[in-house]
Ligand binder design. Structure first.
Ligand code: NAI
Length: 264
C-alpha cells in the first residue's frame, strides 16, 4: 500500500475471467420449437430449435437491437400501470411505430404474441429484458467525478435496471475520499486493482476528451468490456469492446431542428 496525497492506494489481487458469450433460453413456441439467444459482445444471434436440432441460426440486425430498449421502456410503463395485455395495434399507436414493424421485430425471436390475444405485457417485458441482458447485473464504475460524473452517480434508477454503481475515480486529489451515495472517489492509481478485483464490466467516461483515449486504452487493458463514453472523442479500442457514445447536444440539435421546422 502507498499513498497518493494521503489517500490509500492498494495492490492488486488476482484477475477474474469474464465470459465471452452468454446463452439465453428464450421461449417455447410449441412443445417442440424453442428459441435460444446468444449474446456475444455486440452481436445477438437467435437459434431456432425444432425437435432438438437447430433449424435456423440468424444474426439480429443492429437496427432491431437499437429498437429493443424503447419497447422495453414502454412495456415497463404499461406493466407499472397494471396493463396485462396489449395488441400490436395498440402498442403501435402508443409508440408511433407501425404494427407491422413491431411484429417483424418480435418475429426475429419467434414472435411473442398470440393471434386474437395480442401480447402479454409482463411476459414480453421479461423476454426483452433477457435479450438485452437486463436480467443480469452489471458492475459499473465512473471515471471523472466532476459535474456529469457525480450527476450520473447520483441517479439511482440505473440500479433498477441491474447496473450497479461500484466505484468512481478521478485524477484530482481534492476529490479523493469525497462520498457520492456512500462511495468514495478514488485515485486513478486504484483503478486497475478495482476493476480486476470487482469484476467491473462497464466504465462510464465523464472526463474531457484530452485524457479519454488514453484512459479508455487502460480500461480495456484492465479488463473492461464496455464503455459508456460521454467524452467528445472517438475511442481507440478493439472491436470486441462495446462503446456507446453519448452526445446530449445531438438530441438538443434535433429538438432545435423540429422546433424550427414547426415554426415555418
Ligand atoms: P468537470 O470539469 O466538472 O469534470 C471532469 C472531471 O474529470 C474532473 O473532476 C477532472 O478532475 C476529471 N478528469 C479530467 N481528466 C481526467 C483523467 N485523465 N483521468 C481521471 N479524471 C480526469 O466536467 P463535466 O461537466 O463533468 O464534464 C465532463 C466531460 O464530459 C467534459 O469533457 C464534457 O465535455 C463532457 N460532457 C459531455 C456531454 C455529452 O453529452 N457527451 C454532456 C456534458 C459534458
Amino acid at each position: 500500500m502507498f499513498l497518493t496525497n494521503n489517500y490509500n492506494v492498494t495492490k492488486c489481487k488476482e484477475k477474474q475471467a469474464t465470459p465471452k458469450a452468454a446463452f439465453v433460453f428464450l421461449h417455447l413456441v410449441n412443445e417442440k420449437t424453442f428459441y435460444v439467444v446468444e449474446r456475444r459482445v455486440a452481436k445477438l444471434r437467435v437459434f431456432e430449435f425444432i425437435g432438438g436440432t437447430i433449424l435456423e441460426a440468424k444474426e439480429i440486425s443492429q437496427a432491431v437491437i437499437s429498437r429493443l430498449p424503447r419497447y422495453f421502456r414502454y412495456l415497463g410503463e404499461l406493466k407499472d400501470d397494471g396493463v396485462e395485455r396489449i395488441s400490436s395495434q395498440e402498442l403501435s399507436t402508443l409508440m408511433k411505430v407501425t404494427a407491422s414493424q413491431i411484429r417483424q421485430d418480435f418475429n426475429n425471436f419467434g414472435g411473442f404474441g398470440q393471434q386474437g390475444y395480442g401480447y402479454n405485457v409482463e411476459y414480453l417485458y421479461s423476454e426483452i429484458s433477457k435479450i438485452l441482458g437486463l436480467d443480469k447485473t452489471h458492475h459499473l464504475i465512473i471515471i471523472g467525478a466532476g459535474n456529469l460524473g457525480q450527476a450520473l452517480a447520483n441517479y439511482m434508477n440505473f440500479e433498477r435496471r441491474g447496473f450497479l454503481f461500484e466505484g468512481i475515480f478521478d485524477q484530482n486529489p481534492a476529490l479523493y475520499g469525497k462520498k457520492i451515495r456512500d462511495i468514495e472517489v478514488q485515485p486513478m492509481e486504484n483503478l486497475e486493482c478495482f476493476v480486476k478485483e470487482n469484476s467491473i464490466d462497464i466504465a462510464v467516461l465523464t472526463i474531457p476528451k484530452t485524457g479519454a483515449v488514453n484512459v479508455a486504452e487502460k480500461l480495456v487493458h484492465y479488463g473492461i468490456k464496455a464503455i459508456w463514453n460521454f467524452a467528445h472523442v472517438d475511442l481507440n479500442v478493439p472491436d470486441d469492446i462495446q462503446v456507446e457514445n453519448v452526445h446530449l447536444s445531438d438530441s438538443l440539435m434535433k429538438l432545435s431542428y423540429n422546433l424550427n421546422s414547426n415554426l415555418k
